[in-house]
Design a protein around this ligand. Structure first.
Ligand SMILES: *[C@@H]1O[C@H](CO)[C@@H](O)[C@H](O)[C@H]1NC(C)=O
Ligand SMILES: [Ca+2]
Ligand SMILES: [Ca+2]
Ligand SMILES: [Ca+2]
Length: 315
């Protein structure tokens, strides 16, 4: 009965959304997109293809859009080694990434690739070949953003903004009041306890002694807002335990309330390319937002000492 209800809701929402996209475009999350099947073009020609369809290369401005696009790609077979162009460039000024409408490309987590190699981390954009001025979603980097030379060829994703449903998330606007020690971030009451260096189990105990628990982050926007908050507050040297663990069953990541930790992009960082975290097998069973890794989800040894990131219900 419940399954039928969900199917009915799903079919209904699919039906109404389809009407909002014209021609070859179809709904992916809150965008109308066209995936140019197996056409590889350089950035300039890719732009022209999208313009000929009355659109432009896709602009990814919200973390949820990155998730929706990656989920869509993962359900298709685009072959090996296929990466996709995104609209942005830093052609006008090195390091200043803009979409072709003049809007800034969001920088940092959870958009750009940050990969781990042993104990060091490498962050994009790196302008590695000095002429990396175009933006791709790179398959080997789990579709996180990367800068590459514009004359490489990539698959095309076009966007039609003219009929896009305007359902930008408003969780930032939601006004909540939080108990002492906790601050409102991303619609959550969070405490960044930078005075405590603790194992994951100790951190969990600390949060429960405050009447809450280790943080449970379920939306890409949560990670974005936490990343921005940490940088604004000068906490970017600190690493934080959150509530995920696979100690009970290796590979099954659960929050402390027993619900599933979201997998893949744009939550988990890139490990040793092309592997995505978590990659520590039974040696690493606790979920850390670490400073060096730019606060992507990563599995760590539970006995590492880090700061608790606690969550509590709003007042
Ligand atoms: C791209 O441009 C660079 C520099 O002009 C050149 O060395 C390289 O061969 C070009 N690559 C392709 C795939 O055309
Ligand atoms: Ca560049
Ligand atoms: Ca690069
Ligand atoms: Ca593990």
């Amino acid at each position: 009965m419940l399954v039928l209800l969900f199917m009915a809701l799903y079919l209904h929402s699919g039906e109404t959304q389809t009407k909002e996209c014209r021609g070859p475009f179809h709904p992916v999350g809150n965008q109308c997109l066209y995936f140019g099947d197996l056409i590889l073009e350089d950035h300039e020609n890719a732009k022209a293809v999208c313009q000929s369809l009355g659109g432009h290369l896709v602009r990814v401005t919200q973390p949820q859009q990155l998730k929706d696009i990656v989920d869509y790609i993962d359900g298709k077979d685009y072959g090996d080694g296929t990466s996709f162009w995104v609209d942005g460039t830093d052609i006008n000024q090195e390091g200043q990434w803009e979409y072709s409408n003049g809007e800034s490309v969001p920088m940092g987590t959870p958009f750009w690739e940050v990969r781990r190699s042993e104990d060091t981390y490498h962050q994009q954009p790196d302008n590695a070949y000095e002429n990396e001025n175009c933006l791709e979603m790179r398959k080997e980097f789990q579709y996180y953003f990367n800068d590459v030379p514009c004359n490489l060829t990539r698959l095309i994703i076009c966007e039609d903004e003219s009929q896009q449903a305007d359902d930008k998330m408003d969780i930032n606007l939601k006004k909540i009041s939080c108990p002492a020690l906790f601050v409102p971030v991303s619609g959550l009451c969070l405490a960044f306890l930078t005075f405590a260096d603790q194992t994951w189990a100790e951190a969990r105990q600390t949060c429960s002694s405050l009447g809450g628990g280790l943080a449970k982050l379920t939306l890409p926007q949560h990670l974005r807002d936490i990343y921005i908050y940490i940088n604004q507050q000068g906490l970017s040297e600190d690493s934080f335990w959150i509530g995920g663990s696979d100690a009970e069953t290796e590979g099954v990541w659960l929050f402390t309330d027993g619900s599933a930790v979201p997998s893949g992009t744009p939550f988990w960082g890139v490990g040793i390319v092309p592997v995505q975290e978590p990659d520590g097998d039974t040696l690493e069973n606790c979920l850390l937002l670490n400073a060096d890794g730019q606060y992507y989800f990563r599995d760590f040894d539970c006995n590492n000492l880090n700061n608790p990131l606690c969550l509590i219900n709003p007042l």
